[in-house]
Structures are given as structure tokens and as C-alpha cells.
Design a protein around this ligand. Structure first.
Ligand SMILES: NC(=O)C[C@H](N)C(=O)O
Length: 303
């Protein structure tokens, strides 16, 4: 039996710009984005402190963020060029290296739950589109109308963007990485992708090794930012490898994000947890909302 170690969790609510119409622009500790990542981190911590697994903790934390309309995932996700929500998500267990992912899902409220079902209840790693929806129904995940995932704020942004009035590029994905009391790692990521993306576009989030990676011997990582750049660098695996090569988690996060900028001119950020439970995060965008726990369970948050 492995000795009990102090659990740790870190979550993010996306890297990007702070827009004037962003509720977080009002600043202060209660701004919705900070409040959201704090709540998600606390939800994950509750699972860990009750003796739950890292996998359950990242699942719980990401679900909170998917249900929070402030974030670009689940309800409140950004709209594609056709004005619809198309969701991507993935989850990975660092102990077994099992993983599951879904892409281009239009009718599921919590894509991270479906990604986990792909991991645990199918023979596959990644299901997309109509096939993912059919699988959701098979495992008892109910259908929601696409319109219920669209918030008035995102509809208004979409209309502005179509009219060419929106200038700022905005990313925003959600994710979590955790270590549990047994020392196992897990990570999960969920997104609506990039705004005005072509229908059918798939970003880094559901691609294991790109948007998400977890290996008990390396690190658990969740990425956010320009998906096409992140894919080219297989950023999550790259960051995990840096920890594996001996970099401290914070240094590994910084080095991986530096490479994102210098090698592929990509914008984004990432969070990670190393095997020791030390967390790391970095971004090269103006902001990245994030929250993490201290060993006593206190939640810290920053933009
Ligand atoms: N919001 C994001 O972080 C975007 C996501 N990485 C994607 O490209 O799909």
C-alpha cells in the first residue's frame, strides 16, 4: 500500500485577454472568473480530502466550471461560425494511462462526464460528433438542446464578432490537474473551442498529449489557448516531460509556455501538478484565471 500523501489540485478558467465586457474586469476577489475557479478548486479539494481519487477530483472541478456560464465550456461556451456550441473535452488517469475524450459534441451539458464514460465504458479513446452523442445516450447521459448551452452574453458576442465589431481575441477553456492521497495524478480539460471556429473544427482539448496529459511518473497537465499551436507542440506532454527531466513544476510550466511562444508563436497557458504535489502554472496571454490549494486545503486564486 502506498503511503498517504498530501493531495493537491490546481484548476484554470482559460488564458486570454481581459475584455471590457468581461465581468472579471471589475476586479477584486469576488470577480466572477476568480470566484468560479475558487469554487471549482474547492469542489475538487473536497473530493480529495474525503479520500477520493485525483480522477474524481478533476472530474468534479471541471463539471463546476462547465456549469458556470462565465467560462468557455459547457453552458456559456463560445459559438462557432454557424452560431452553435460545439464542445470538446478529455480526461486522463496518470496511474493507468487510461484516457477518454469527446469532440464536436452539441447536445451534452457536461462533456467531461461523457469523456470519462468513453474512457471507462468504451473500447476507444476519442469519439466525435453524432457517434459521441449516440454513445452518450447508450450510457444514460441525456440530450440537451444546443440552445440551452448558449447564453445571451455569448450570443451577443457572436453577433458583434460577425459584424466585425469584436477586436480582442479571447480564449478561455477550463481544466484541472490533481494529485490524490495515494500519490496518483489525473487531469481533465473542457472547452467550446475558439470563437467563430468552422463547424467541425477540433482543437487541442480532446487530443491527449496536446490539451491534457497525466502520467504518475511525470505530471498531470491541462492547457488552454490557441489550439492549433498547442497541437503542433503537443504541449501537455511536452510540459509533463520537462517535469520528468527534473524541472520543478513551476519552471516546467514556464519553459513549456516559453516554447509555445518561441517555437510556434502560440498564445496560451497551462497548469500542472508534479508527482510531489507541487503545482505549476504559466501563460503568455494577459491573463489566465487559476486557483490552487495549499497543503492545508486553503484555496489561492489569481488572474
Ligand atoms: N479556449 C481555449 O483555450 C481554446 C482551446 N484551446 C481550443 O483551441 O479549442
Amino acid at each position: 500500500m502506498r503511503p498517504y500523501v498530501t493531495p493537491a489540485i490546481v484548476v484554470h478558467g482559460g488564458a486570454g485577454n481581459l475584455l471590457p465586457d468581461d465581468p472579471a474586469s471589475s476586479g477584486g476577489p469576488d470577480a466572477p472568473r476568480l470566484e468560479g475557479v475558487r469554487r471549482a478548486c474547492a469542489a475538487g479539494w473536497r473530493v480529495l480530502s474525503d479520500g477520493g481519487t485525483a480522477l474524481d477530483a478533476v472530474d468534479a472541478a471541471v463539471r463546476v466550471l462547465e456549469d458556470d456560464p462565465t467560462f468557455n465550456a459547457g453552458t456559456g461556451a463560445t459559438l462557432n461560425a454557424d452560431g452553435e456550441v460545439e464542445l470538446d473535452a478529455s480526461i486522463m488517469d496518470g496511474a493507468s494511462l487510461r484516457c477518454g475524450a469527446v469532440a464536436v459534441v452539441k447536445d451534452v451539458r457536461n462533456p467531461v462526464v461523457l469523456a470519462r464514460a468513453v474512457m471507462e465504458r468504451s473500447r476507444h479513446v476519442l469519439l466525435a460528433g453524432a457517434g459521441a452523442s449516440a454513445f452518450a445516450r447508450e450510457v444514460g447521459i441525456g440530450a440537451v438542446d444546443n440552445a440551452t448551452l448558449v447564453t445571451p452574453a455569448q450570443r451577443a458576442r457572436w453577433e458583434k464578432a460577425l459584424a466585425g465589431a469584436a477586436t480582442a481575441v479571447r480564449h478561455g477553456t477550463v481544466g484541472a490537474a490533481a494529485r490524490d492521497g495515494q500519490g496518483h495524478l489525473a487531469a481533465a480539460t473542457s472547452t467550446g473551442g475558439t470563437s467563430l471556429k468552422r463547424a467541425g473544427r477540433i482543437g487541442d482539448t480532446p487530443l491527449v498529449g496536446c490539451g491534457t496529459y497525466a502520467d504518475d511518473t511525470l505530471a498531470a497537465v491541462s492547457c488552454t489557448g490557441h489550439g492549433e499551436s498547442i497541437i503542433r507542440l503537443t504541449l501537455a506532454r511536452h510540459a509533463a516531460d520537462l517535469v520528468g527531466r527534473g524541472l520543478a513544476p513551476m519552471d516546467a510550466a514556464r519553459e513549456a509556455v516559453r516554447a509555445l511562444g518561441t517555437r510556434v508563436a502560440g498564445e496560451g497557458g497551462l497548469i500542472l501538478v508534479g508527482p510531489s504535489g507541487e503545482v505549476g502554472f504559466a501563460h503568455n496571454t494577459p491573463v489566465m484565471s487559476r486557483a490552487w490549494t495549499l497543503p492545508d486545503g486553503t484555496v489561492e486564486a489569481a488572474m
